[in-house]
Write a protein that binds this ligand. Structure first.
Ligand code: MD3
Ligand code: FE
Length: 203
């Protein structure tokens, strides 16, 4: 099913569910080359979600700030390439939401174990904010916080389940958002983890 969450934000319930095994196999191959790691915020805090990337550019955070870069700072090598199945899924979902021709150049992969969270933030490190972000949720459920254009705006809660895909564009693109601490549990395919892919056009 499709649910309009807000202007520019479309939830495609279960859109990736029948591809999940293949996506997980691709994620395993990516993290064999670019392992998940806990990045530091510019303030020096260890993020509770572990991250890696694939595609021409990857999102990194350290004491110097946030940025996209072609090289994995842990290996000194380029990020693994974006699998074809990732590109097709992102483009198909974006097209459903009216964004034809979406070609992401970065895919940030977030891994949440029970207790991990992501505090309210905006995604504004991308050059072209007219392109949407496509997110794919796999594994354990999570409660997504969807705020407004200001950090202090009240946030609504949206449950994101295995296989759900969300396209965030237009007026939703700069809204504050986050993830509440993931509850303890075990998913049939992924065990004690939630994995989220975010496809971005950064350059
Ligand atoms: C709404 N990730 O990686 S995905 C992130 O579940 C991030 O890992 C969360 O926020 C996660 O930056 C949420 C949903 C999402 C992603 C990007 C957005 C929602 C968004 C950008 C703008 C508005
Ligand atoms: Fe975000």
């Amino acid at each position: 099913g499709r649910e309009a969450l807000a202007p520019g934000a479309l939830v495609l319930r279960g859109f990736a569910r029948n591809q999940a095994e293949g996506l997980v196999a691709e994620i395993d191959a990516i993290c064999a080359r670019a392992p998940f790691r806990h990045m530091l915020t510019p303030g020096g805090q260890r993020m509770s979600a572990a991250m890696t990337n694939c595609g021409p550019l990857g999102w990194v955070s350290d004491r110097r700030g946030y940025r996209y870069q072609a090289v994995d700072p842990d290996s000194g090598k380029p990020w693994p390439p974006m699998p074809g199945a990732f590109l097709r899924l992102a483009a198909d979902a974006a097209a459903e939401a009216g964004f034809a021709g979406f070609v992401p150049d970065a895919c940030l992969i977030n891994r949440y174990e029970p207790g991990a969270r992501m505090s309210l933030h905006q995604d504004r490190d991308e050059r072209d904010l007219s392109a949407p972000i496509v997110s794919v949720s796999l594994g354990l459920p999570a409660i997504f916080l969807f705020g407004g254009p200001n950090r202090s705006d009240r946030a609504e809660r949206v449950l994101l389940l295995h296989g759900d895909v969300v396209v965030w564009g237009g007026p939703s693109r700069l809204r504050f958002h986050g993830i509440l601490p993931v509850k303890e549990g075990a998913h049939a395919l992924l065990g004690r983890q939630r994995i989220n892919l975010t496809f971005r056009k950064t350059a």
